[in-house]
Structures are given as structure tokens and as C-alpha cells.
Write a protein that binds this ligand. Structure first.
Ligand code: TYM
Length: 347
């Protein structure tokens, strides 16, 4: 039986969303709405895997969850046509994650570079949740048996793990899967969708580091909540090298800051890199001005709409609750099927 083509993706409510999240993920989410049934999730259970001081405590988490929801909607995600909700309202995510804790191997998780980066040197002190994070992420996707997952480049390894988990579950329970009428495989091997010119937006201070919420310098990123003056200031201060912009892509080799700014501009305007260089080769100062214009004209309306939505938190909460009900209507039967396959008695 062919499964429906379904997109799932998630964004953590920790700190401010930035241009990397927007160009690498959220703009893709918006585009995919015309071709797939989409489920977009604010992954609040993932947010609490890091220390409380980092995720901001209960009030901070509630606000950040609403803010990511507002960013989704302000960017053009339609919560009527598709599903938007926060992860913790659908208990099946955590339920399936437990089953996956028993499918995934310690060795697989130990190889996750994001865990190594986030845990840093003090591994002993990292939460167990941080270690098992990719299992919950696999559960997010597979509890809907989603077939496609749009993400930025940094999530690639986690999606490979989700495929490994799906494959091992399908293999280990093959007989039971068939006996329960699901044919040869219960979970799909989900396809990552990592496409476009901005799958890895880099820091404005160091073109070799990813733009990230956790960078201590706010000048390293453009936040979706930044106003026009702040955006302009951050791009003007953005690090570049002494050479002018080249006329061709080859001239960007080994120039991470220049490549990053050109990639950002291409993504913001929907133009190809060739096209951008053909028009703007020459001094950075001129290019930075058009870059600021492009960023401000794209982000200002989103910023304004986010503020409007955030002024009515009850409405955001209503959207999340309705989304959670619709999400659960898909997740529950899948979770029941997993219970039957594994041999967990149920009501
Ligand atoms: P998160 O919240 O860190 O990031 C959300 C999305 O933004 C992308 N992204 C970037 N893209 C380009 N350049 C950057 N500098 C950049 N920084 C972040 C991320 O790749 C991501 O697509 N583990 C996930 C959340 C998650 C999830 C899932 C994703 C939980 N469950 C299931 C997909 C499917 C995360 O921490 O994303």
C-alpha cells in the first residue's frame, strides 16, 4: 500500500529565529505547501534537552513556542490547509521515542556530531535527553510516517539516523509487520530535502562557522525580530575580505564570507549566484547596500506580522491546539499499529 507523500519538519523554540532558519528551512516549508500535505512542528520537547538557563525557563519557553508559531504563519505557512502545532501536545512523539530508544544503538548516537558539539567537553553533565535527541527527532517524523523532511544541512546526520532507525525497526519486526497487514515495511525511509542556495547560512562574523542561535555575538546573525536599522548595521559590519566581489563563481573559492553574503542575497531574491555576480561584481560597499535592501524588504513585513500575531497569544494557542488535535488524529493510529507490531497490549 503506497503511503501518502507527507512532509514533516520541526524548529526548536530556543532563542531568536535567524536568517539561517528562515532561508534554510522556513522558506522551504512555505514552498512545499503546494505539493505535499505538510506538518510543521514547534519542537518544545527538544528545547528542554539543554540546560534550563539556555532555554529560558517556563515563561521563556512559552513565549518562544508562540514566537516560532508566529514566524511560521507570518512567513506564509497556512495553518488551515496544513498542520501547525507544538510537539508536547501530541504525546505520541514521546511514546514512539521510547520505542526508538530501544531500537537505536548507543554507538549510533555516540557518533552524532551535534551531540558532541552541544555537550562540549563536559559530556558527563549533558542531559540524557540531549543524547537521545535524535531518537525523538526520528519519532517526530515517523509517527506520521512522513516521506519528506525539509531541513538545513546541519540536520543531515540526524535524518540519516532516522532512516537507520526506520530500517532496523522494519527489519527486526518484519514478521510482525507482515502479520499485522502492513506488508514489507511499516516505516518509510524518509527523504531529506536539503536544497536551495541557503542550506548552510554562515555567521556574519566568521564565514567558516554556521549562523546559530547559540553564538555569543548577536552581530553574527540576523534575527527575524531585528528591525531595519539593526539589519543594516549588522550587514555593514559583516566581515568580508579585502578583494572586490568577482565576476564568476570560481572567484568565490576560499572566500567564505563573500560566498556567504552572495548566497544570502541569491536566496533572498530568488536569483542564481551567476546572475548576482554578473550584476554586482566590484566593491563590497555597493553590494552590501543592495543586500540590506533585499533583507529589509523581505523581513520587515514578516517582523511586523509576527508582532501583530504575538499581541494575541490566545489566538496562537488556539491554532496550536487545533493543529495538535489534527496531528494526533494521524499519530494515534500509527502508534497503535506500532504497539501491535511490538507486542504491547493496548486498550
Ligand atoms: P533547529 O531548530 O536548530 O533549526 C531549524 C531549521 O533551521 C535550519 N538551520 C539552518 N539552515 C541553514 N543555515 C543555518 N545556519 C541554519 N541553522 C539552522 C535547520 O537545519 C533546521 O531545518 N533538530 C532540529 C529540529 C527538529 C526536526 C525534527 C527537524 C526536531 N525534530 C524532525 C526535522 C524533522 C533542530 O534543532 O533544528
Amino acid at each position: 500500500m503506497a503511503l501518502p507523500q507527507r512532509v514533516f519538519s520541526g524548529v526548536q523554540p530556543t532563542g531568536n529565529l535567524h536568517l539561517g532558519n528562515y532561508l534554510g528551512a522556513i522558506t522551504r516549508f512555505v514552498e512545499l505547501q503546494d505539493s505535499y500535505d505538510c506538518i510543521y512542528c514547534v519542537v518544545d520537547l527538544h528545547a528542554i534537552t539543554v540546560p534550563l538557563s539556555v532555554w529560558g525557563g517556563p515563561e521563556g519557553l512559552r513565549t518562544a513556542t508562540r514566537q516560532v508559531t508566529a514566524a511560521f504563519i507570518a512567513s506564509g505557512i497556512d495553518p488551515e490547509r496544513h498542520i501547525v502545532f507544538n510537539q508536547s501536545q501530541v504525546g505520541e512523539h514521546a511514546e514512539l521515542a521510547w520505542v526508538f530508544n530501544c531500537v537505536a544503538r548507543l554507538g549510533w548516537l555516540s557518533r552524532m556530531t551535534q551531540f558532541k558539539e552541544k555537550a562540549g567537553k563536559d559530556r558527563e553533565n549533558a542531559s540524557v535527553g540531549l543524547f537521545a535527541y535524535p531518537n525523538l527527532m526520528a519519532a517526530d517524523i515517523l509517527v506520521y510516517r512522513a516521506t519528506h523532511v525539509p531541513v538545513g544541512e546541519d540536520q543531515k546526520q540526524h535524518l540519516e539516523l532516522a532512516r537507520d532507525i526506520a530500517a532496523k525497526f522494519n527489519h527486526d519486526f518484519a514478521e510482525s509487520i507482515a502479520a499485522n497487514g502492513h506488508g514489507e515495511a511499516f516505516f518509510p525511509l524518509t527523504e531529506p530535502l536539503i536544497t536551495g542556495p541557503a542550506t548552510r547560512v554562515m555567521s556574519l562574523r566568521d564565514g567558516t562557522k554556521k549562523m546559530s542561535k547559540s553564538d555569543s555575538s548577536d552581530y553574527s546573525r540576523i534575527n527575524l525580530t531585528d528591525d531595519a536599522d539593526t539589519i543594516a548595521l549588522k550587514f555593514r559590519k559583516a566581515r568580508t575580505d579585502p578583494e572586490p566581489l568577482p565576476t564568476e563563481i570560481d572567484g568565490l573559492a576560499d572566500r567564505p564570507e563573500a560566498s556567504n553574503l552572495v548566497g544570502i542575497f541569491a536566496a533572498l531574491t530568488g536569483r542564481s549566484t551567476d546572475d548576482v555576480l554578473a550584476e554586482f561584481s566590484g566593491p563590497f560597499s555597493r553590494f552590501k547596500e543592495v543586500l540590506v535592501e533585499a533583507a529589509v524588504s523581505k523581513l520587515s513585513p514578516i517582523n511586523a506580522e509576527m508582532r501583530r500575531l504575538m499581541s494575541e497569544p490566545d489566538q496562537i494557542d488556539a491554532i496550536l491546539t487545533k493543529g495538535a488535535e489534527r496531528a494526533q488524529a494521524i499519530a494515534r493510529p500509527n502508534m497503535d499499529a506500532v504497539k501491535d507490531i511490538v507486542g504491547l497490549l493496548r486498550r
